[in-house]
Design a protein around this ligand. Structure first.
Ligand SMILES: Nc1ncnc2c1ncn2[C@@H]1O[C@H](COP(=O)(O)OP(=O)(O)OP(=O)(O)O)[C@@H](O)[C@H]1O
Length: 332
């Protein structure tokens, strides 16, 4: 057509160029359509979840006008998870935690230790029995008010993809009211300052998705600082099962000892030192507490606790004084 002058070279080039543009655009349209369908599917699932009424409402209930005293009582609790109604997790469990004391719950894996924590936070209601906090049946209390008084430091702290400062302030009811002094005190007591000081952007360092840019020990210390900012009466501690190196372990342990002072602590213990220092150790077996007492009492008894200690490895950590000595040597 070009040789017979029916079409010019310029028109042919334009035609080919536009044909290519249209081809690419039409091709893109099909992938756009499939992406659109995927988003519609995901959005409708999201709306279904948002519309689902919670089994335990977040509002309503009593807000006591007296300060909480931190006295916890599990009274004759029977419990199974709604998704596994045929498996009883707790059967007639009773446990009392006096205000200001530390109770370490020990038991085999799957014995229901974390379930106790979930019941205290009222994430589930027992099938029968009552959980009392500060003399109140927790089903009568406003759930948000109850949770405001319980600080949690879990095995795998959940950090958000924002800065260290924002992750710590997340613990405060009104972050804008936290003064710089209060913030720094929490960071210092939780041994967070120890590593932020070495970071070029300090507390403004981004931690990445779920805190991937921090080590296990650093994540735990941020979680402790978050709990300190909350200043709760009750502390729920689910100790990490994975061992940290001696230095990190010492810094986490030291931070935990500070936060545990003058609070009621329910700890799911995996460290021998926590068990030895607890006011009461409660052994969970077959859905209820089979034995409780101090470390020395239980060791002398030759019962379930002694059996557990024989068969389950609890983390032994480098004695604090040894690590302190090592630190001094390093400084020297
Ligand atoms: N959300 C859930 N839905 C159904 N069953 C669950 C749920 N969470 C835990 N379970 C089951 O309840 C039982 C007790 O679990 P729980 O996590 O309380 O044990 P645990 O003593 O804390 O264990 P571990 O020491 O391994 O963390 C287990 O048999 C577990 O499989």
């Amino acid at each position: 057509m070009v040789s017979s002058n029916t079409i010019s070279v310029g028109s042919l080039s334009s035609f080919l160029l536009y044909a290519a543009y249209i081809g690419v655009s039409v091709g893109g349209l099909s992938s756009f359509y499939s992406e659109l369908n995927k988003s519609i599917g995901a959005a409708s699932r999201l709306w279904d979840l948002i519309d689902r009424p919670p089994l335990i409402p977040n509002s309503g209930g009593l807000i006591p006008n007296m300060p909480l005293d931190g006295h916890i009582k599990f009274i004759n609790i029977d419990f199974n998870y709604p998704s596994r109604k045929d498996t009883d997790v707790l059967k007639g469990l009773s446990l009392e935690i006096q205000p200001g004391t530390t109770v370490a719950v020990v038991g085999a894996s799957g014995s229901g230790k974390s379930t106790l924590a979930a019941l205290l936070l009222r994430l589930y209601d027992p099938i029968s029995g009552v959980v009392h906090v500060g003399g109140h049946d927790i089903r009568m209390l406003n759930p948000s008010w109850l949770r405001k008084h319980i600080g949690t430091v879990s095995q795998e702290p959940i950090l958000f993809s924002c800065t260290i400062r924002e992750n710590i302030l997340y613990g405060a009811e009104k972050p804008e009211n936290v003064t710089e002094d209060e913030f720094m005190r929490a960071a210092r007591e939780a041994n967070v300052l120890e590593f932020t000081e070495k970071l070029p952007q300090g507390f403004d360092t981004l931690v990445g998705e779920r805190g991937v840019m921090l080590s296990g020990g650093q994540k735990q210390r941020v979680a402790i600082a978050r709990a300190l900012i909350k200043n709760p009466k009750i502390l729920l501690l689910d100790e990490a099962t994975s061992a940290l190196d001696a230095q990190s372990e010492f810094l986490v342990r030291e931070a935990l000892e500070r936060i545990m002072k003058a609070r009621t602590v329910l700890t799911i213990a995996h460290r021998l030192s926590t068990i030895q220092n607890a006011h009461v150790i409660a052994v969970l077996q077959n859905g209820h507490i089979v034995e409780q007492g101090t470390y020395n009492e239980l060791i002398a008894r030759n019962g379930a606790f002694k059996e557990l200690i024989k068969h389950q490895t609890f983390q032994e950590i480098t004695p604090v004084n040894d690590v302190k000595l090592q630190n001094l040597e390093n400084v020297g």
